[in-house]
Design a protein around this ligand. Structure first.
Ligand SMILES: CC(C)(COP(=O)(O)OP(=O)(O)OC[C@H]1O[C@@H](n2cnc3c(N)ncnc32)[C@H](O)[C@@H]1OP(=O)(O)O)[C@@H](O)C(=O)NCCC(=O)NCCS
Length: 225
């Protein structure tokens, strides 16, 4: 069974996604629709970019060299917000293993690993849904990063918006969760601008930069499912 939506018809298919049993084409897309959302006030104005440019696509093994370069050049910038990474992570071989692992999880329906693109379709970062769960939960977790040199141009915000559309329109999820370290004002700004609502603080939630650290918890809900 193939799932298509109005937005996917506008895009270019770049991979397949499994949600439960069926395979679903994943696409880069424009986002011309409004999504009814709940729990975050009136979000309709956040969808008024009626022709949002394509901002993400499924990760590919062809991205490995570029990702290794970005991870290396942004290593110090990303370090305070990431788990501790061993040196091999910043090599082409390390990124090859990362991408293959991400695509394997995608094939099992557990994750949606996308790259974030700039206006020239150059990869500038990554954004991933993980822990995709259906049943009574219908939820996933979202993580992202943008290379230091490409910060402050709205790439993360656009990518989060685009992935939100994917989650609610194509994956039929009810909830997206994201969490940030308390000092990560930039990431909080991205989430709040897209309509995510902060619902609490989780003590010692993730081991970041070598320490179990408290996180601010955010979620975005839809009424559609
Ligand atoms: C968080 C991150 C993804 C943001 O990427 P980005 O492409 O620069 O984000 P955007 O340009 O879409 O938006 C950044 C927003 O933060 C604001 N901002 C930037 N620096 C800030 C700061 N020090 N304090 C508060 N807000 C800040 C920007 O002004 C912008 O908001 P605005 O457009 O309303 O002005 C990027 O900085 C990053 O990868 N950080 C390290 C990894 C990380 O934190 N990942 C998320 C983990 S929760």
């Amino acid at each position: 069974m193939t799932y298509l939506s109005a937005n996917s018809l506008r895009g270019t298919y770049t991979g397949t996604l499994r949600r439960n049993a069926p395979s679903i084409p994943v696409t880069t897309w424009e986002c011309p629709f409004s999504v009814p959302l709940a729990g975050a006030g009136d979000l309709s104005r956040m969808w008024q970019h009626s022709l949002m440019p394509a901002t993400t696509r499924l990760i590919s093994v062809n991205d490995v060299e570029r990702l290794a370069g970005l991870q290396l050049s942004s290593r110090l910038f990303l370090a305070p917000w990431d788990p501790i990474r061993a040196d091999p992570y910043f090599t082409v071989a390390g990124q090859q293993a990362e991408v293959e692992n991400a695509l394997a999880r995608h094939g099992r329906g557990e994750a949606v690993p996308h790259v974030i693109l700039d206006e020239d379709s150059q990869v500038v970062g990554r954004i991933t849904f993980s822990g995709i769960t259906y049943g009574a939960f219908q939820s996933c977790n979202m993580g992202y990063w943008v290379a230091q040199e490409s910060n402050g141009r709205g790439y993360a915000t656009n990518a989060v918006r685009a992935m939100t559309a994917l989650a609610f329109k194509e994956l039929s999820l009810h909830r997206i969760q994201a969490e940030t370290l308390i000092p990560n004002a930039r990431s909080q700004r991205v989430l709040e601008r897209v309509g995510f609502v902060r619902y609490g603080t989780a003590p010692k939630y993730l081991k970041i930069a070598g320490r179990w650290q408290d996180h601010l918890m955010y979620q975005l809900l839809t009424d559609s499912h």
